[in-house]
Design a protein around this ligand. Structure first.
Ligand SMILES: [Zn+2]
Length: 114
């Protein structure tokens, strides 16, 4: 598509769509995107003298996600928690924006708009 055609298409967009697309573009350009659900798991390590053997279990963060039909769990080391939380949140924001844009196009088809 030529730049001019692209400009014309963009001019036809509603402000709502333009706004969602520009937010999505910002996320797509520079942000980490990670799909999954964060879950806290408690576990015992197996060392007989550890505090966890007396009931004070180790608490770890995992990312749970299904890829290719398989549920996978990823252990998140403490020092990466803030970064992973940010990436997961950014993925969710991007997904939400995509959904909103998709709904606009759903409406276009429903209302027989271009
Ligand atoms: Zn332990």
């Amino acid at each position: 598509m030529s730049d001019t055609k692209r400009e014309i298409r963009r001019a036809k967009m509603s402000p709502h769509e333009r706004d969602r697309r520009s937010q999505l573009a910002q996320l797509a350009h520079g942000s980490g995107l990670l799909r999954g659900t964060l879950a806290i798991r408690e576990r015992v390590c197996g060392k007989p003298n550890c505090k966890c053997a007396k009931g004070e279990k180790h608490v770890s963060l995992y990312l749970v996600a299904s890829y290719s039909g398989r549920v996978r769990q990823l252990f998140i080391p403490k020092d990466r928690e803030p970064q992973v939380r940010r990436w997961v949140q950014q993925y969710q924001e991007a997904r939400k924006l995509l959904e909103e844009i998709s709904l606009l196009y759903w409406d276009k088809v429903t209302k027989r708009q271009e």
